[in-house]
Design a binder for this molecule. Structure first.
Ligand code: GLN
Length: 307
C-alpha cells in the first residue's frame, strides 16, 4: 500500500519531471554529459524511514554537499573556537568559487564556499587513519552505508581545479592554511568526488535533522554543537548567491552541489534530498530548487511560516 507521502511524491515528480531549464556542470568533462532526464526525490524521517521516487539509487558525485559534513568533522575535531579563528560565519552572497577572503587576514567568509571548504579540510587532521579515510568514514556513517571515491572523477577534478588551487595558495600565503596546500587540495577534490545516491543524501540530511545521530543505524556521527553550527551556516550560506531568495522561498537550511544533488533539513523532523543534474545560474539543481519550494509550501515546512 502506498502511503499518502508516496502518493504526494509521485505527483510532485510528475509535475516537475517536464522542467527542462538549466545545464549540467560544464567545469569537468566527466560531468558535462550527465543525463538531464534523471530525477529523484527522497525524504528521510528522524525515525529512519525513507520515502523516495524516481532514480533514487542512481549515484552521482556529492560535490559541495560534502562541505557541511567536512565542516562538522572539523568542528568536532578541534572545537568551534579554533575553527572560527580560520573561517568566518558570514554569508558572502557570492558564487561558490568566489575569492571571498577578508582583505587583511585572508579569512574565508564561510565554510560553504570553496575557500572556506578548502580551509576546513586543512583543519581535519590525520588520526589513527589518514585524513581522507576519516572524511570518507564520516560521510559513510552519516549515509549509513559504505560510500566510495570515484577515482577518475577525482583525477579530473585535480586536473581542472586551477581556481581552487589558486585559492588554496592564497589561503596559504595568509597562513589561514598552515600546511602544504597540495595534500589539502587533493583531499578537497576527493571529498567532492565521493559518490552518493539520493537515498544516501536524504539520510545524511536526516542525520543533521536528528542532532547528529544517524536515524537508521543509531550511530552518533556528529555532536549536537557541531550540528547546530553547521545548520546555522547552511541556513545563511548553503545556497551561495541564492541564499536570500532560497531562505525566503523555502525557509530551510540547505546545501546544493554541482553534481545535481541538493539537501534540505527540517531540524527534529526530516532530511530532504533531490537529484537532477541540470543546474541554474547559481550551480543548484533546477528541479531540486523547484521541488524544495513545492514541498516546503505544500507541507508548511518554512521555519517562519505564518500561523
Ligand atoms: N568540486 C566543485 C568545485 O570545487 C564543487 C563546487 C560545487 O559543488 N558547488 O568547484
Amino acid at each position: 500500500m502506498r502511503s499518502p507521502i508516496d502518493i504526494y511524491l509521485a505527483d510532485l515528480y510528475d509535475d516537475l519531471v517536464g522542467l527542462s531549464a538549466g545545464t549540467t556542470y560544464q567545469g569537468i568533462p566527466a560531468m558535462a554529459d550527465a543525463d538531464n532526464s534523471k530525477f529523484a526525490i527522497a525524504m528521510a524521517t528522524v525515525d529512519g524511514h525513507v520515502y523516495q521516487i524516481g532514480d533514487a539509487e542512481l549515484e552521482f558525485s556529492i560535490q559541495s554537499i560534502s562541505k557541511p559534513f567536512s565542516y562538522a568533522l572539523a568542528l568536532d575535531d578541534i572545537g568551534l573556537d579554533a575553527v572560527d579563528e580560520k573561517i568566518d560565519v558570514e554569508p558572502s552572497g557570492d558564487a561558490f568559487n568566489e575569492i571571498s577572503l577578508a582583505r587583511n587576514t585572508g579569512r574565508p567568509a564561510n565554510a560553504m564556499i570553496n575557500a572556506g571548504a578548502i580551509t576546513t579540510i586543512s583543519l581535519i587532521r590525520d588520526r589513527d587513519t589518514p585524513r581522507f579515510e576519516r572524511i570518507l568514514d564520516h560521510f559513510s556513517a552519516a549515509a549509513g552505508r559504505r560510500l566510495k571515491l570515484n577515482e577518475s572523477l577525482y583525477a579530473s577534478e585535480a586536473l581542472t581545479g586551477h581556481r581552487n588551487r589558486a585559492l588554496a595558495y592564497l589561503l596559504r600565503s595568509f597562513d589561514i592554511i598552515e600546511t602544504d596546500p597540495t595534500p589539502v587540495l587533493e583531499d578537497y577534490f576527493r571529498a567532492c568526488s565521493v559518490m552518493v545516491n539520493t537515498h544516501d543524501l536524504a539520510l545524511m540530511a536526516a542525520t543533521l535533522a536528528n542532532g547528529g545521530t544517524q536515524p537508521a543505524t543509531g550511530v552518533q556521527v556528529m555532536s549536537k554543537d557541531a550540528v547546530q553550527r553547521t545548520l546555522s551556516v547552511m541556513t545563511t550560506c548553503g545556497m551561495y548567491d541564492d541564499a536570500g531568495a532560497w531562505i525566503a522561498a523555502v525557509g530551510l537550511p540547505a546545501k546544493s552541489g554541482v553534481g545535481g544533488g541538493l539537501i534540505a533539513v527540517l531540524p527534529g523532523q526530516l532530511g530532504l534530498a533531490i537529484y537532477s543534474p541540470a543546474l541554474d545560474e547559481h550551480g543548484s539543481s533546477v528541479r531540486g530548487v523547484a521541488a524544495s519550494e513545492r514541498i516546503s509550501s505544500d507541507m508548511g515546512l518554512h521555519f517562519v511560516r505564518a500561523a
